[in-house]
Design a protein around this ligand. Structure first.
Ligand code: CO
Length: 499
């Protein structure tokens, strides 16, 4: 009975939460400009109701009672209650004053960032960001941590992730990936000029839909629309929306954002319908979510078998641009590695240097070892050190990402974690699914999707990221899998000898 009451409360909260998500989706896709003011108010009102319902004292008592008599619950029920109680205790730590101050600081900081980026002026942004960092340090104290204040922030996006583990992981990135990328830079470079010819919009759109259908993204439980920044959101596992963007002078932009969001979408569509509103019906963490998008985007969607399956279709859309380009040439163009300034445009290897730099900066800011006013100089020095490039302006440097202005510190590492989990999952999938890449080459993505459904999607949050990784692959996250994937693929692409 008590469990039913718990479930019913979470269902109500999910109903409101998903309605907020729907308003957010509309805001990014179809909402007319003038709607912004009241929309923000509507979202804030509903968010307040969710917060009240979740942190209500009676609900807290119910959770404690359930948690105190674990024998009356099944294993899954017990895990759900433990998870919700953890979230409840965390939410209760915030005072109303702190939440309001954080929300006010965030909107000021965000507006200041937009203007500063536009005007290429870090100086005007610095006082706002300084306030934000001070609040984040306070937040870490409020939430509590054992070893490092950054752990408290990480835990919000990647439960269980700790500086102690990430330091080891990023040390591997530094020691192994930096050298390998240098070898690639010294090798004969591949050609991708044809990616930047004129590619009319409508055909790109149709091709993108074909790719999503081939992945078995369920259009009866979802749809694709256009937005400035591609994203995935869901209102239940039966209504999962993806968005994409199309640039007519850059074929790369749409294709891989479409596959990426498709991967996120498949995870959401694969979460168990019966667990609506419960932790067992939710994604584990941002890192695991990102592993699903990157596995499809990179391991599958930047692979030769995938393009053997799809290149002829693409040529039919754009015969003038592509008929003289072979599938092998196309594959090489898809996988060009070159150090660049902008994180979101980086290739799948140098991408992790962008994250490494942000990770080191966030940690130093939280430790108080780095001050906001010194950020541009620090940033530029790191880009020189890890990527060997000179940053021409703060707009293209330290001001490029939205995250800090939103107060999202601890978020960036989940992008790298996602790629590393993806490589490890994919290595296991190749072992367990006989002839996986032959199947992909024939355009049959179902065996891979079914494997992901069985091993990952259907469990929701039942396992932690670490437990899931061990269960699926037999070991905890191990950077070697990503490095092996990278060496295998790029040694061939760039004709490099590796030992
Ligand atoms: Co993503």
């Amino acid at each position: 009975m008590k469990y039913e009451a718990y479930k019913s409360r979470l269902t109500t909260i999910a109903d409101i939460g998903y309605s907020i998500a729907m308003l957010g989706w509309d805001q990014e896709t179809y909402m007319p400009e003038k709607g912004a003011g009241f929309r923000a108010q509507q979202i804030a009102t509903l968010s307040g109701i969710v917060h009240e319902k979740f942190t209500d004292k009676e609900f807290g008592k119910l959770l404690k009672k359930l948690d105190d008599s674990p024998k009356k619950l099944s294993e899954k029920q017990r895990r759900n209650v433990t998870q919700t109680l953890k979230d409840y205790k965390r939410q209760k730590k915030y005072t109303r004053e702190f939440v309001e101050l954080l929300s006010k600081t965030t909107s000021e900081c965000f507006q200041s960032w937009q203007k500063a980026r536009h005007e290429n002026s870090f100086k005007q942004y610095a006082p706002h960001l300084t306030k934000m960092i001070a609040l984040k340090r306070k937040e870490a104290d409020i939430l509590g941590y054992k070893k490092h204040p950054y752990d408290a922030l990480l835990d919000q996006y990647e439960p269980g992730a700790r500086v102690a583990d990430l330091d080891v992981l990023f040390k591997d990135v530094r020691s192994q990936l930096v050298g390998f990328v240098k070898k690639i830079a010294a090798a004969k470079q591949n050609e991708d000029k044809f990616m930047y010819l004129h590619y009319p919009k409508d055909k790109q759109w149709n091709f993108g839909i074909e790719l999503l259908e081939q992945m078995h993204y369920d259009f009866k439980a979802g749809r694709q629309d256009i937005s400035a920044h591609p994203f995935t959101t869901s209102f239940s596992s039966k209504d999962v929306r993806v968005t994409t963007r199309i640039a007519e002078d850059n074929l790369k932009s749409m294709i891989w954002s479409c596959i990426h969001e498709g991967g996120h979408g498949l995870y959401e569509q694969g979460l168990p319908e019966s667990e609506y509103g419960l932790p067992s019906g939710e994604a584990i963490s941002l890192g695991i979510h990102e592993s699903q998008s990157r596995l499809w985007e990179n391991m599958v969607g930047r692979g030769l078998p995938y393009w053997k399956a799809n290149y002829k279709k693409l040529q039919k859309y754009y015969p003038g641009n592509l008929n003289k380009v072979t599938v092998e040439q196309f594959y090489k163009a898809v996988n060009i590695v070159t150090p660049s300034l902008i994180r979101t445009e980086a290739d799948e290897l140098t991408y992790h240097f962008h994250i490494l730099i942000r990770y080191e900066i966030e940690k130093a800011l939280m430790e108080g070892k780095l001050e906001v006013k010194d950020l541009p100089e620090y940033w530029n020095a790191k880009y020189k050190e890890y990527l060997g490039i000179k940053v021409p302006s703060d707009a293209k440097g330290v001001l490029q990402d939205i995250h800090w202005s939103h107060g999202s510190l601890g978020y960036f590492p989940t992008y790298s974690l996602g790629s590393f989990y993806a490589a490890q999952f994919y290595a296991t999938a190749k072992k367990e699914i006989k002839g996986l890449e032959d199947k992909i080459e024939s355009g049959n993505m179902l065996p891979l999707l079914e494997w992901l459904r069985e091993k990952i999607h259907r469990h929701g949050k039942y396992y932690s990221a670490e437990e899931l990784c061990k269960k699926v692959t037999g070991e905890k996250l191990n950077f070697n899998h990503f490095m092996n994937y990278a060496k295998d693929k790029y040694s061939t692409l760039y004709n490099i000898k590796t030992l």
